[in-house]
Ligand binder design. Structure first.
Ligand SMILES: Cc1cc2nc3c(=O)[nH]c(=O)nc-3n(C[C@H](O)[C@H](O)[C@H](O)COP(=O)(O)O)c2cc1C
Length: 204
């Protein structure tokens, strides 16, 4: 990314379910990033319906190539997963596995990018354990998890189609996560302007 181009935040997440609460949470967080001056793109739900990631094959579907390119060009990323059996969903995990295709990039994996992480489950336990897993993955991919992570319990709050929430404090928190991703992106661009420090390697 050059400092002349718009700062870009990519959202990944949601489920295949009509009216997905995690996709709605993702869109609220992206709105927060926009408030902080980012352009946003969402790859949600069926856009993540990709073949199982296979490191041994070179061919990729058009959708997979679009995902990898979107991560490559993003200044920051927001990941929102539903909690499935206490963990992130297979859909979201498989999408994140594709970040492996950026292993040899100038900015490998999520290097230099803030990652906003939000878990949406029907109870607190799965929300918390899923957020923890998302943070572990973001660290492994060399991303910078934002100070605030999101846990949403859909037994207590519902998101509507228009971007609202039955509890406005929850929506405020999600927007704040989006803002933190964008703010880090602005800072990182300023830093890269004086000290480019790209490196190549493997996830830890
Ligand atoms: C396969 C499956 C497993 C789930 N497992 C859990 C769970 O362990 N704990 C929980 O609180 N909610 C669980 N849920 C509920 C979802 O986390 C919750 O409905 C969430 O809002 C779903 O996201 P969505 O609305 O984006 O589809 C599960 C749902 C599904 C479909």
């Amino acid at each position: 990314m050059t400092s002349q181009s718009a700062m870009r935040v990519l959202g990944i997440g949601g489920s295949l379910r009509e009216g997905s609460q995690s996709e709605r949470a993702l869109r609220i967080a992206l709105a927060g990033a926009e408030e902080a001056g980012a352009q946003t793109v969402a790859l949600a739900g069926s856009a993540l319906s990709l073949p199982f990631y296979d490191a041994a094959v070179a061919e990729r579907s058009a959708e997979a190539l679009a995902l990898v390119e979107a991560v490559r060009t993003a200044d920051g990323v927001i990941v929102v997963s539903p909690g499935y059996h206490g963990a992130l969903s297979g859909l979201v995990k498989n999408a994140l596995d594709y970040v492996e295709d950026l292993r040899s990039d100038v900015r490998p994996y999520l290097h230099g990018r803030a990652v906003g992480l939000i878990a949406v489950a029907n109870g607190w336990q799965a929300a918390v354990t899923t957020l923890d897993q998302l943070r572990t993955i973001a660290h492994a991919l060399r991303g910078w998890p934002t100070p605030l992570g999101g846990t949403v319990n859909t037994a207590e709050v519902k998101f509507d189609e228009a971007g609202g929430a039955s509890d406005s404090r929850v929506a405020d928190k999600l927007r704040l996560i989006g803002r933190q991703v964008a703010e880090f992106g602005h800072s990182r661009r300023a830093w890269d302007g004086v000290s480019p420090d790209a490196g190549v390697g493997t996830p830890e």
